[in-house]
Write a protein that binds this ligand. Structure first.
Ligand code: CMC
Length: 428
Protein backbone atom coordinates (compact mmCIF):
# COMPACT_ATOMS: atom_id res chain seq x y z
CA UNK A 1 0.00 0.00 0.00
CA UNK A 2 1.24 3.49 -0.87
CA UNK A 3 2.42 5.39 2.20
CA UNK A 4 1.05 8.90 2.57
CA UNK A 5 1.54 11.93 4.79
CA UNK A 6 -1.42 13.97 5.95
CA UNK A 7 -1.22 17.75 6.04
CA UNK A 8 -3.89 19.86 7.70
CA UNK A 9 -4.20 23.44 6.43
CA UNK A 10 -6.91 25.37 8.28
CA UNK A 11 -9.79 22.89 8.30
CA UNK A 12 -8.87 20.88 5.25
CA UNK A 13 -6.81 17.70 5.20
CA UNK A 14 -4.57 16.79 2.27
CA UNK A 15 -2.90 13.50 1.56
CA UNK A 16 0.55 13.52 0.01
CA UNK A 17 2.60 10.53 -1.21
CA UNK A 18 5.68 9.46 0.76
CA UNK A 19 8.72 8.45 -1.27
CA UNK A 20 11.54 6.22 -0.01
CA UNK A 21 15.03 6.11 -1.50
CA UNK A 22 17.23 3.00 -1.71
CA UNK A 23 19.10 4.07 1.45
CA UNK A 24 15.87 4.57 3.37
CA UNK A 25 15.69 8.35 2.94
CA UNK A 26 12.11 9.51 3.21
CA UNK A 27 10.51 12.47 1.45
CA UNK A 28 7.02 13.87 1.20
CA UNK A 29 6.06 14.54 -2.43
CA UNK A 30 4.39 17.95 -2.33
CA UNK A 31 4.15 18.41 -6.11
CA UNK A 32 0.33 18.07 -6.07
CA UNK A 33 -0.18 20.31 -3.02
CA UNK A 34 -0.82 23.55 -4.89
CA UNK A 35 -3.27 21.91 -7.29
CA UNK A 36 -5.12 20.39 -4.32
CA UNK A 37 -5.04 23.36 -1.96
CA UNK A 38 -3.64 26.52 -3.63
CA UNK A 39 -0.83 26.46 -1.06
CA UNK A 40 2.92 26.34 -1.78
CA UNK A 41 5.80 25.38 0.50
CA UNK A 42 8.61 27.81 1.39
CA UNK A 43 12.17 26.73 2.11
CA UNK A 44 14.80 29.43 1.55
CA UNK A 45 18.09 28.01 0.33
CA UNK A 46 16.28 24.65 -0.21
CA UNK A 47 17.60 23.53 3.17
CA UNK A 48 15.03 20.75 3.43
CA UNK A 49 13.81 20.37 -0.13
CA UNK A 50 14.66 17.58 -2.52
CA UNK A 51 14.77 18.89 -6.08
CA UNK A 52 15.01 15.55 -7.83
CA UNK A 53 15.36 11.78 -7.54
CA UNK A 54 18.93 10.86 -8.36
CA UNK A 55 20.93 7.62 -8.65
CA UNK A 56 24.38 9.23 -8.85
CA UNK A 57 25.70 10.12 -5.39
CA UNK A 58 24.61 9.15 -1.89
CA UNK A 59 25.65 11.08 1.14
CA UNK A 60 24.68 10.85 4.76
CA UNK A 61 25.72 14.00 6.60
CA UNK A 62 25.14 12.59 10.07
CA UNK A 63 27.35 9.55 9.53
CA UNK A 64 29.87 11.19 7.17
CA UNK A 65 29.16 8.81 4.26
CA UNK A 66 29.82 9.71 0.63
CA UNK A 67 29.42 7.22 -2.22
CA UNK A 68 29.48 7.61 -5.99
CA UNK A 69 27.12 5.09 -7.65
CA UNK A 70 27.32 2.98 -4.46
CA UNK A 71 31.14 2.94 -4.16
CA UNK A 72 32.68 4.61 -1.11
CA UNK A 73 34.82 7.69 -1.59
CA UNK A 74 37.48 6.05 0.59
CA UNK A 75 37.83 3.09 -1.82
CA UNK A 76 37.56 5.13 -5.00
CA UNK A 77 40.14 7.70 -3.92
CA UNK A 78 42.67 5.03 -2.96
CA UNK A 79 42.11 2.52 -5.78
CA UNK A 80 40.78 4.37 -8.80
CA UNK A 81 41.93 6.98 -11.28
CA UNK A 82 40.05 10.20 -11.95
CA UNK A 83 39.00 9.14 -15.47
CA UNK A 84 37.72 5.81 -14.09
CA UNK A 85 35.62 7.73 -11.58
CA UNK A 86 34.43 10.12 -14.30
CA UNK A 87 33.25 7.13 -16.36
CA UNK A 88 31.51 5.66 -13.29
CA UNK A 89 29.66 8.88 -12.51
CA UNK A 90 28.62 9.60 -16.09
CA UNK A 91 27.72 6.10 -17.32
CA UNK A 92 26.72 4.46 -14.02
CA UNK A 93 29.23 1.55 -13.79
CA UNK A 94 32.97 1.17 -13.31
CA UNK A 95 34.55 0.71 -16.76
CA UNK A 96 36.07 -2.56 -17.93
CA UNK A 97 39.73 -2.38 -19.05
CA UNK A 98 38.60 -2.02 -22.68
CA UNK A 99 35.99 0.64 -21.87
CA UNK A 100 38.51 2.65 -19.86
CA UNK A 101 41.09 2.43 -22.60
CA UNK A 102 38.57 3.56 -25.24
CA UNK A 103 37.31 6.41 -22.99
CA UNK A 104 40.89 7.55 -22.27
CA UNK A 105 41.85 7.41 -25.96
CA UNK A 106 38.80 9.38 -26.99
CA UNK A 107 39.55 12.05 -24.41
CA UNK A 108 43.22 12.19 -25.42
CA UNK A 109 42.26 12.81 -29.03
CA UNK A 110 40.09 15.85 -28.22
CA UNK A 111 42.34 17.87 -25.92
CA UNK A 112 43.17 20.59 -28.46
CA UNK A 113 40.92 23.61 -28.66
CA UNK A 114 40.25 25.72 -31.73
CA UNK A 115 43.05 28.23 -32.35
CA UNK A 116 40.50 31.08 -32.32
CA UNK A 117 39.97 30.46 -28.59
CA UNK A 118 43.39 32.07 -28.16
CA UNK A 119 42.07 35.39 -29.47
CA UNK A 120 39.22 35.25 -26.93
CA UNK A 121 41.81 34.56 -24.23
CA UNK A 122 43.94 37.47 -25.43
CA UNK A 123 40.99 39.80 -24.85
CA UNK A 124 41.08 39.24 -21.08
CA UNK A 125 43.25 41.50 -18.94
CA UNK A 126 45.95 39.60 -17.04
CA UNK A 127 44.28 40.45 -13.72
CA UNK A 128 41.14 38.51 -14.79
CA UNK A 129 40.33 35.80 -12.24
CA UNK A 130 40.88 32.37 -13.87
CA UNK A 131 37.39 31.20 -12.79
CA UNK A 132 35.75 33.99 -14.79
CA UNK A 133 37.98 33.22 -17.77
CA UNK A 134 37.23 29.49 -17.51
CA UNK A 135 33.48 30.00 -17.32
CA UNK A 136 33.60 32.28 -20.39
CA UNK A 137 35.80 29.91 -22.39
CA UNK A 138 33.54 26.94 -21.65
CA UNK A 139 30.53 28.95 -22.78
CA UNK A 140 32.46 29.96 -25.92
CA UNK A 141 32.69 26.29 -26.94
CA UNK A 142 29.06 26.59 -28.10
CA UNK A 143 30.36 28.91 -30.85
CA UNK A 144 32.86 26.33 -32.08
CA UNK A 145 30.45 23.40 -31.79
CA UNK A 146 27.06 24.91 -32.73
CA UNK A 147 25.40 21.47 -32.94
CA UNK A 148 25.95 21.18 -29.18
CA UNK A 149 23.31 23.90 -28.75
CA UNK A 150 20.62 21.28 -29.24
CA UNK A 151 20.58 18.90 -26.26
CA UNK A 152 17.96 16.73 -28.01
CA UNK A 153 20.40 15.29 -30.54
CA UNK A 154 21.34 11.60 -30.70
CA UNK A 155 23.00 9.80 -27.81
CA UNK A 156 26.22 9.60 -29.88
CA UNK A 157 26.28 13.33 -30.52
CA UNK A 158 25.60 14.17 -26.87
CA UNK A 159 28.37 11.79 -25.94
CA UNK A 160 30.69 13.62 -28.34
CA UNK A 161 29.90 16.86 -26.51
CA UNK A 162 30.62 15.18 -23.16
CA UNK A 163 33.97 13.78 -24.34
CA UNK A 164 35.01 17.13 -25.82
CA UNK A 165 34.22 18.93 -22.58
CA UNK A 166 36.19 16.49 -20.40
CA UNK A 167 39.08 16.61 -22.87
CA UNK A 168 39.22 20.39 -23.25
CA UNK A 169 38.59 21.61 -19.70
CA UNK A 170 42.21 21.02 -18.54
CA UNK A 171 43.47 22.86 -21.64
CA UNK A 172 41.15 25.80 -21.01
CA UNK A 173 41.96 25.77 -17.27
CA UNK A 174 45.72 25.83 -17.89
CA UNK A 175 45.31 28.55 -20.49
CA UNK A 176 43.36 30.70 -18.04
CA UNK A 177 46.43 30.48 -15.79
CA UNK A 178 48.79 31.31 -18.65
CA UNK A 179 46.69 34.40 -19.35
CA UNK A 180 47.12 35.42 -15.72
CA UNK A 181 50.89 34.99 -15.96
CA UNK A 182 51.12 36.50 -19.45
CA UNK A 183 53.10 33.42 -20.46
CA UNK A 184 52.82 31.59 -23.78
CA UNK A 185 50.15 28.90 -23.74
CA UNK A 186 51.22 25.27 -23.78
CA UNK A 187 49.63 22.68 -26.04
CA UNK A 188 48.55 19.29 -24.68
CA UNK A 189 50.85 16.26 -24.88
CA UNK A 190 48.48 13.38 -25.44
CA UNK A 191 50.87 10.65 -24.43
CA UNK A 192 50.54 11.93 -20.86
CA UNK A 193 47.71 10.84 -18.59
CA UNK A 194 44.87 13.28 -17.88
CA UNK A 195 46.31 14.88 -14.75
CA UNK A 196 49.93 14.91 -15.92
CA UNK A 197 48.84 16.53 -19.16
CA UNK A 198 47.17 19.32 -17.20
CA UNK A 199 50.31 19.81 -15.08
CA UNK A 200 52.40 19.90 -18.26
CA UNK A 201 50.18 22.67 -19.71
CA UNK A 202 50.50 24.59 -16.44
CA UNK A 203 54.20 24.23 -15.72
CA UNK A 204 55.96 22.44 -18.61
CA UNK A 205 58.48 24.02 -20.91
CA UNK A 206 57.54 24.62 -24.55
CA UNK A 207 60.97 23.51 -25.74
CA UNK A 208 61.16 20.06 -24.20
CA UNK A 209 59.11 17.04 -23.23
CA UNK A 210 57.46 17.54 -19.89
CA UNK A 211 58.71 15.71 -16.88
CA UNK A 212 55.82 15.69 -14.48
CA UNK A 213 56.57 14.64 -10.91
CA UNK A 214 54.50 11.44 -10.40
CA UNK A 215 53.94 12.29 -6.70
CA UNK A 216 52.32 15.56 -7.72
CA UNK A 217 50.26 13.98 -10.51
CA UNK A 218 48.98 11.23 -8.20
CA UNK A 219 48.08 13.66 -5.42
CA UNK A 220 46.19 15.89 -7.84
CA UNK A 221 44.38 12.91 -9.37
CA UNK A 222 43.20 11.89 -5.89
CA UNK A 223 42.02 15.43 -5.14
CA UNK A 224 40.04 15.48 -8.38
CA UNK A 225 38.33 12.19 -7.39
CA UNK A 226 37.38 13.62 -3.99
CA UNK A 227 35.73 16.60 -5.70
CA UNK A 228 34.05 14.68 -8.52
CA UNK A 229 30.44 14.89 -7.31
CA UNK A 230 28.47 15.93 -4.27
CA UNK A 231 24.81 15.44 -5.20
CA UNK A 232 22.50 18.48 -5.29
CA UNK A 233 24.91 21.21 -4.13
CA UNK A 234 24.79 24.83 -5.35
CA UNK A 235 26.72 24.34 -8.61
CA UNK A 236 25.16 20.95 -9.50
CA UNK A 237 21.71 22.41 -8.91
CA UNK A 238 22.71 25.36 -11.11
CA UNK A 239 23.83 23.02 -13.89
CA UNK A 240 20.56 21.07 -13.64
CA UNK A 241 18.36 24.15 -13.55
CA UNK A 242 20.13 25.86 -16.46
CA UNK A 243 20.00 22.60 -18.43
CA UNK A 244 16.32 22.19 -17.60
CA UNK A 245 15.56 25.06 -20.00
CA UNK A 246 17.24 22.87 -22.68
CA UNK A 247 20.33 25.07 -22.69
CA UNK A 248 23.41 23.21 -23.98
CA UNK A 249 25.80 21.22 -21.81
CA UNK A 250 28.53 23.82 -22.34
CA UNK A 251 26.25 26.68 -21.26
CA UNK A 252 25.03 24.69 -18.23
CA UNK A 253 28.56 23.82 -17.08
CA UNK A 254 29.70 27.40 -17.64
CA UNK A 255 26.94 28.46 -15.22
CA UNK A 256 28.05 25.71 -12.80
CA UNK A 257 31.58 27.12 -12.82
CA UNK A 258 30.19 30.56 -11.95
CA UNK A 259 28.17 29.07 -9.06
CA UNK A 260 31.21 27.20 -7.76
CA UNK A 261 33.30 30.38 -7.73
CA UNK A 262 31.65 31.93 -4.65
CA UNK A 263 33.53 31.74 -1.32
CA UNK A 264 30.68 29.87 0.39
CA UNK A 265 31.06 27.07 -2.18
CA UNK A 266 34.22 26.09 -4.11
CA UNK A 267 35.81 29.52 -3.69
CA UNK A 268 36.34 28.61 -0.04
CA UNK A 269 39.60 26.80 -0.87
CA UNK A 270 41.19 30.07 -1.99
CA UNK A 271 39.61 31.90 0.96
CA UNK A 272 41.06 29.35 3.45
CA UNK A 273 44.66 29.92 2.40
CA UNK A 274 44.14 33.68 2.35
CA UNK A 275 42.68 33.43 5.87
CA UNK A 276 45.55 31.25 7.14
CA UNK A 277 48.13 33.61 5.67
CA UNK A 278 46.35 36.53 7.24
CA UNK A 279 46.42 34.76 10.64
CA UNK A 280 50.13 34.09 10.21
CA UNK A 281 50.87 37.69 9.20
CA UNK A 282 49.05 38.88 12.30
CA UNK A 283 51.17 36.81 14.65
CA UNK A 284 49.51 33.37 14.44
CA UNK A 285 47.00 33.78 17.27
CA UNK A 286 44.29 31.34 16.11
CA UNK A 287 42.07 31.98 19.17
CA UNK A 288 41.60 35.59 18.11
CA UNK A 289 40.17 34.43 14.78
CA UNK A 290 37.98 31.79 16.40
CA UNK A 291 36.50 34.56 18.60
CA UNK A 292 36.03 36.78 15.54
CA UNK A 293 34.15 33.97 13.74
CA UNK A 294 31.79 33.65 16.71
CA UNK A 295 31.05 37.35 16.86
CA UNK A 296 27.68 37.88 15.16
CA UNK A 297 28.40 41.56 14.53
CA UNK A 298 31.50 40.58 12.51
CA UNK A 299 30.93 39.12 9.00
CA UNK A 300 34.10 37.01 9.32
CA UNK A 301 33.57 33.24 9.21
CA UNK A 302 36.13 30.49 9.60
CA UNK A 303 36.58 29.56 5.97
CA UNK A 304 36.72 25.82 5.34
CA UNK A 305 34.50 25.18 8.35
CA UNK A 306 30.89 24.08 8.35
CA UNK A 307 28.75 22.40 5.76
CA UNK A 308 25.11 22.43 4.77
CA UNK A 309 24.87 18.65 4.91
CA UNK A 310 27.76 17.31 7.03
CA UNK A 311 27.13 17.99 10.70
CA UNK A 312 29.56 15.46 12.11
CA UNK A 313 32.52 15.28 9.77
CA UNK A 314 33.21 15.65 6.06
CA UNK A 315 34.69 12.31 4.87
CA UNK A 316 36.56 14.13 2.09
CA UNK A 317 38.28 16.39 4.63
CA UNK A 318 39.47 13.35 6.59
CA UNK A 319 41.15 11.87 3.50
CA UNK A 320 42.58 15.22 2.40
CA UNK A 321 44.06 16.00 5.83
CA UNK A 322 46.02 12.77 5.71
CA UNK A 323 46.96 13.34 2.06
CA UNK A 324 48.24 16.84 2.91
CA UNK A 325 50.51 15.36 5.55
CA UNK A 326 51.73 12.60 3.18
CA UNK A 327 52.29 14.85 0.16
CA UNK A 328 54.20 17.48 2.10
CA UNK A 329 56.30 14.69 3.62
CA UNK A 330 57.00 13.09 0.21
CA UNK A 331 57.91 16.41 -1.35
CA UNK A 332 60.01 17.38 1.67
CA UNK A 333 58.02 20.56 2.21
CA UNK A 334 57.54 22.08 5.63
CA UNK A 335 54.65 24.49 5.30
CA UNK A 336 54.00 26.47 8.51
CA UNK A 337 50.47 27.09 7.22
CA UNK A 338 49.71 23.35 7.68
CA UNK A 339 50.69 23.59 11.36
CA UNK A 340 48.55 26.69 11.69
CA UNK A 341 45.58 24.92 10.07
CA UNK A 342 45.93 22.01 12.52
CA UNK A 343 46.13 24.42 15.46
CA UNK A 344 43.06 26.28 14.25
CA UNK A 345 41.15 23.02 13.82
CA UNK A 346 42.12 21.90 17.33
CA UNK A 347 40.99 25.15 18.95
CA UNK A 348 37.74 25.38 16.97
CA UNK A 349 36.76 21.75 17.58
CA UNK A 350 36.99 22.29 21.34
CA UNK A 351 34.92 25.44 21.23
CA UNK A 352 31.30 25.21 22.38
CA UNK A 353 30.09 27.45 19.49
CA UNK A 354 31.47 25.10 16.83
CA UNK A 355 30.51 21.93 18.70
CA UNK A 356 26.89 23.03 19.21
CA UNK A 357 26.44 23.95 15.55
CA UNK A 358 28.20 20.88 14.19
CA UNK A 359 30.87 22.91 12.40
CA UNK A 360 33.82 20.78 11.22
CA UNK A 361 36.56 21.26 8.64
CA UNK A 362 35.16 20.66 5.17
CA UNK A 363 36.81 19.53 1.92
CA UNK A 364 38.26 22.99 1.33
CA UNK A 365 40.08 23.31 4.65
CA UNK A 366 43.15 21.21 3.79
CA UNK A 367 42.93 21.02 -0.02
CA UNK A 368 44.55 24.44 -0.48
CA UNK A 369 47.57 23.30 1.51
CA UNK A 370 48.12 20.44 -0.93
CA UNK A 371 47.57 22.68 -3.95
CA UNK A 372 50.20 25.06 -2.58
CA UNK A 373 52.63 22.20 -2.12
CA UNK A 374 51.97 21.10 -5.71
CA UNK A 375 52.86 24.60 -6.92
CA UNK A 376 49.31 25.61 -7.89
CA UNK A 377 48.81 29.37 -7.42
CA UNK A 378 46.12 30.48 -4.96
CA UNK A 379 43.66 31.91 -7.46
CA UNK A 380 43.77 28.63 -9.41
CA UNK A 381 42.53 26.58 -6.42
CA UNK A 382 38.87 26.90 -7.34
CA UNK A 383 39.74 26.02 -10.94
CA UNK A 384 41.12 22.74 -9.55
CA UNK A 385 37.79 22.15 -7.85
CA UNK A 386 36.02 22.81 -11.18
CA UNK A 387 38.25 20.30 -12.99
CA UNK A 388 37.37 17.71 -10.38
CA UNK A 389 33.65 18.51 -10.31
CA UNK A 390 33.19 18.34 -14.09
CA UNK A 391 32.16 14.64 -14.27
CA UNK A 392 29.60 15.28 -11.52
CA UNK A 393 28.09 18.22 -13.38
CA UNK A 394 27.95 16.17 -16.58
CA UNK A 395 26.35 13.21 -14.79
CA UNK A 396 23.77 15.48 -13.14
CA UNK A 397 22.96 17.21 -16.45
CA UNK A 398 22.69 13.88 -18.31
CA UNK A 399 20.46 12.33 -15.66
CA UNK A 400 18.20 15.39 -15.67
CA UNK A 401 17.86 15.22 -19.48
CA UNK A 402 17.38 11.43 -19.58
CA UNK A 403 14.67 11.63 -16.91
CA UNK A 404 12.98 14.35 -18.99
CA UNK A 405 12.76 16.64 -16.00
CA UNK A 406 10.57 19.75 -16.39
CA UNK A 407 12.01 23.25 -16.44
CA UNK A 408 13.13 24.35 -12.95
CA UNK A 409 10.93 27.18 -11.82
CA UNK A 410 10.39 27.75 -8.08
CA UNK A 411 7.49 29.76 -6.69
CA UNK A 412 7.59 32.56 -4.11
CA UNK A 413 5.63 34.26 -1.38
CA UNK A 414 5.16 37.79 -2.70
CA UNK A 415 5.80 40.51 -0.09
CA UNK A 416 5.76 43.68 -2.25
CA UNK A 417 3.15 46.39 -2.80
CA UNK A 418 -0.39 45.46 -3.69
CA UNK A 419 -1.89 46.91 -6.86
CA UNK A 420 -1.50 50.70 -6.97
CA UNK A 421 -2.07 53.44 -9.54
CA UNK A 422 0.76 54.92 -11.59
CA UNK A 423 2.01 58.31 -10.27
CA UNK A 424 2.88 60.83 -12.92
CA UNK A 425 6.58 61.93 -12.78
CA UNK A 426 5.55 65.56 -12.09
CA UNK A 427 3.86 64.45 -8.85
CA UNK A 428 6.60 62.24 -7.38
N1 CMC B 1 32.26 30.18 10.86
C1 CMC B 1 31.49 30.67 11.86
N2 CMC B 1 30.18 30.37 12.02
C2 CMC B 1 29.63 29.55 11.11
C3 CMC B 1 30.37 29.02 10.04
C4 CMC B 1 31.73 29.35 9.93
N3 CMC B 1 32.49 28.87 8.94
N4 CMC B 1 29.55 28.23 9.28
C5 CMC B 1 28.34 28.29 9.86
N5 CMC B 1 28.38 29.08 10.96
C6 CMC B 1 27.28 29.33 11.90
C7 CMC B 1 26.26 30.29 11.32
O1 CMC B 1 26.57 31.64 11.66
C8 CMC B 1 24.99 29.81 11.97
O2 CMC B 1 24.98 30.24 13.30
P1 CMC B 1 23.59 30.65 14.04
O3 CMC B 1 22.81 29.36 14.07
O4 CMC B 1 24.01 31.16 15.37
O5 CMC B 1 22.95 31.69 13.17
C9 CMC B 1 25.16 28.29 12.01
O6 CMC B 1 26.58 28.08 12.05
C10 CMC B 1 24.58 27.57 10.81
O7 CMC B 1 25.17 28.11 9.62
P2 CMC B 1 24.39 28.43 8.29
O8 CMC B 1 25.12 29.53 7.56
O9 CMC B 1 22.94 28.64 8.58
O10 CMC B 1 24.55 27.05 7.54
P3 CMC B 1 24.40 26.80 6.00
O11 CMC B 1 24.11 25.38 5.83
O12 CMC B 1 23.45 27.79 5.39
O13 CMC B 1 25.88 27.17 5.41
C11 CMC B 1 28.13 26.98 4.76
C12 CMC B 1 26.84 26.23 5.15
C13 CMC B 1 29.14 25.98 4.20
C14 CMC B 1 27.81 28.00 3.64
C15 CMC B 1 28.70 27.70 6.00
O14 CMC B 1 29.04 26.75 6.98
C16 CMC B 1 29.90 28.59 5.68
O15 CMC B 1 29.72 29.75 5.29
N6 CMC B 1 31.18 28.04 5.81
C17 CMC B 1 32.35 28.79 5.41
C18 CMC B 1 32.53 28.69 3.90
C19 CMC B 1 33.01 27.33 3.46
O16 CMC B 1 33.93 26.76 4.00
N7 CMC B 1 32.38 26.81 2.36
C20 CMC B 1 32.78 25.53 1.76
C21 CMC B 1 31.70 24.50 1.86
S1 CMC B 1 32.30 22.83 1.47
C22 CMC B 1 32.76 22.91 -0.19
C23 CMC B 1 31.60 22.86 -1.09
O17 CMC B 1 31.11 21.74 -1.36
O18 CMC B 1 31.14 23.92 -1.54
Amino acid sequence: MEKTAKLKINDSMYELPILEGTEGEIGVDISSLRAQSGVITLDKGFKNTGSTKSAITFLNGEEGILRYRGYSIEELSSKSSFLEVAFLLIYGELPTKEELSEFTNEISSHTLVHEDVKSILDGFPSRAHPMGVLSSLVSSLTAFYPKSLDPNRSVEEINGTIIRLIAKLPTLAAWSYKNRMRQPIMYPQNKLDYTSNFLHMMFGLPTSDSEVNPIIAKALDQLLILHADHEQNCSASTVRIVGSSHASLYASVSAGIAALWGPLHGGANQAVIEMLENIRNQGGDVSKFVEKAKDKSDPFRLMGFGHRVYKNFDPRAKIIKKAADDVLGQLGINDPVLDLAMKLEEVALKDEYFVQRGLYPNVDFYSGIIYRALGIPTDMFTVMFALGRLPGWIAQWKEMRENKEPIGRPRQIYTGHRNRGYIDISKR
